[in-house]
Write a protein that binds this ligand. Structure first.
Ligand code: ADP
Ligand code: MG
Length: 264
């Protein structure tokens, strides 16, 4: 039977030498949602994504994606790591970076086709970067680079998009543009997982939330997870945060989020 689970994480523990980064974490995420992975600095968010992507080995436990092991579904997943970890010394044009999304790891030496190029150009248009296609990637601003990263992920035409802190260091218009693209992916039935550390915007951005602090604090639909008790457990007694989030939640409880874009 086909499961509707996007990801099931079972009893997952991860350590770097002696430092425990994740401890016995257990949760699942349904398909077709935009899911936020939230928690304070150092709470294991990036580690969780890296473990899901097979880049960091777990000490114990396991991860199933689309009810399967990573190796069988890797081509259906597009992963955009945290920006600092990418070496931009490598000189490539914006279009080349996006075309990397079209490479098939099973067939690295295949030439890119006309269709690949068309898909890459389309992806650049979606994120508003088509006119930059011939620029060197290293010469773009942080927000522009982030848009190009997203275009590369789109060009891959994956079923699951995993992004680590895509909204850090970018301007408000890029944040909205990225969010609009992710919402469109969701409307096409795709799934999105985003590491995010600004809890003020979580209730607006996400349907589903995994709240971490080395251990799993809570997971589920956002209204179930974003409670003062859970946030206090994850963030400690930073009470200003709690009242601000309560404020945001009461705003998002209005019917605005139910409104369809066609109604405009
Ligand atoms: P987050 O993304 O939530 O900020 P991380 O997953 O990056 O947290 O890190 C979780 C913990 O593991 C932190 O205490 C961090 O210092 C530690 N850590 C992360 N990467 C490494 C590494 N490569 N070597 C040693 N410790 C690491
Ligand atoms: Mg991180």
């Amino acid at each position: 039977m086909q499961s509707d689970k996007l990801i099931s994480v079972h009893n997952l523990s991860v350590a770097y030498e002696r430092k425990t980064a994740l401890w016995s974490v257990d949760f699942d995420i349904p398909q077709g949602v935009i899911c936020g992975v939230i928690g304070p600095n150092g709470s294991g968010k990036s580690t969780l994504l890296k473990t899901i992507m097979g880049l960091v080995p777990p000490v114990g436990g396991n991860v199933k994606i689309f009810d399967s092991n990573l190796k069988h579904v890797r081509s259906r997943i597009s992963y955009v790591p945290q920006r600092e970890s990418v070496d931009w010394e490598f000189p490539s044009s914006v279009l080349d970076v996006v075309l990397m999304g079209r490479y098939n790891p099973k067939n690295l030496f295949k030439r890119t086709t006309k269709l690949d190029k068309e898909i890459a150009l389309n992806s650049l248009e979606k994120v508003g970067m088509l006119s930059y296609k011939d620029r060197q990637i290293g010469q773009l601003s942080g927000g522009q680079q982030q848009r190009v990263f997203l275009a590369r992920a789109l060009a891959q035409q994956a079923d699951l998009y995993i992004l680590d802190e895509p909204f850090v260091g970018i301007d408000a218009s890029t944040e909205e543009a990225i969010l609009a693209v992710l919402t469109e992916l969701k409307e096409q039935g795709k799934s999105v997982i985003i590491v995010h550390h600004d809890i003020h915007t979580c209730s607006r951005y996400f349907d589903y939330i995994v709240l971490l602090n080395t251990r799993l604090v809570a997971h589920g639909w956002k209204d179930e997870v974003l409670t003062p008790e859970n946030l206090k457990e994850a963030y400690g007694s930073q009470l200003t945060i709690l009242s601000e989030v309560a404020n945001e939640l009461s705003k998002s409880a209005s019917p605005i989020r139910e409104k369809s874009y066609d109604d405009k």
